[in-house]
Every structure is written in C-alpha cells, then in structure tokens.
Ligand binder design. Structure first.
Ligand code: TYC
Length: 106
C-alpha cells in the first residue's frame, strides 16, 4: 500500500519515532518557611502529591530541616498544576507555602 506513496510512508515512520521520544520531566519541590504548620504541609503532600501519611511526614521533616524537598516528578502540565494547586490551597488558608518545579535533566 504505502510503497506507492513513499512520502506517506516517511510521514508515518517519523510520526512513530516522534511518539517514542519520552517527554521532558519536571521535579516538583516544596520550600520551607517559618509559618506554615507542619500538619498542613503533611496534608498537602497526601492530597496533592498522593503520598502515604508516613512518606508525607518524612518529606515534610526533610523540607523543614534542609530547606527544600522533592515531592514528585511529572510531565510539564502535571507539574505546573501541582505547583499551582499548592499555592492556591496555601493562599486560601493564609499560609506562605511555596512550591517550585525544575526540569529533570538526566
Ligand atoms: N518550617 C515549618 C514549621 O516549623 C514547617 C514547614 C515544613 C513549612 C515544610 C513549609 O515546605 C514546608 N512550622
């Protein structure tokens, strides 16, 4: 079929290869501050980042002690939504909690 349409074959092949390329991934971090309550951060980690209570507590303590901690690695759109959700929920509750995303260059 496509042997009669070499251009079409090439397009299909390019499309197939393009789809196999993995999308760039983004690390999402929480940033420590002096005002957001620990329980609130644990809650964010469970609800926004789908962590277990134990994982959420461990990440919160790491952020509290080291200033910054990894919460997950996602595609651009998902990472951006996580960051926006953290800021929205924090603002609604009057806390200065910040989240940042960084391209994961491996
Ligand atoms: N440092 C905060 C406190 O002592 C807790 C905290 C942890 C805040 C992690 C932000 O991303 C954060 N209440």
């Amino acid at each position: 079929m496509t042997e009669n349409y070499p251009d079409l074959y090439e397009e299909i092949e390019v499309d197939r290869v393009t789809r196999l390329v993995e999308p760039p991934m983004y690390q999402v971090f929480l940033i420590n501050d002096d005002y957001t309550p620990m329980d609130f951060v644990v809650d964010i980690l469970m609800t926004v980042f789908r962590k277990s209570p134990e994982e959420a507590n461990a990440i919160m303590l790491l952020v509290h002690q080291q200033g910054k901690g990894l919460c997950g690695i996602y595609t651009y759109d998902v990472a951006e939504t996580k960051v926006d959700t953290v800021h929205e929920v924090a603002e609604e509750n009057g806390y200065p909690l910040r989240s940042v995303m960084e391209k994961n260059d491996l």
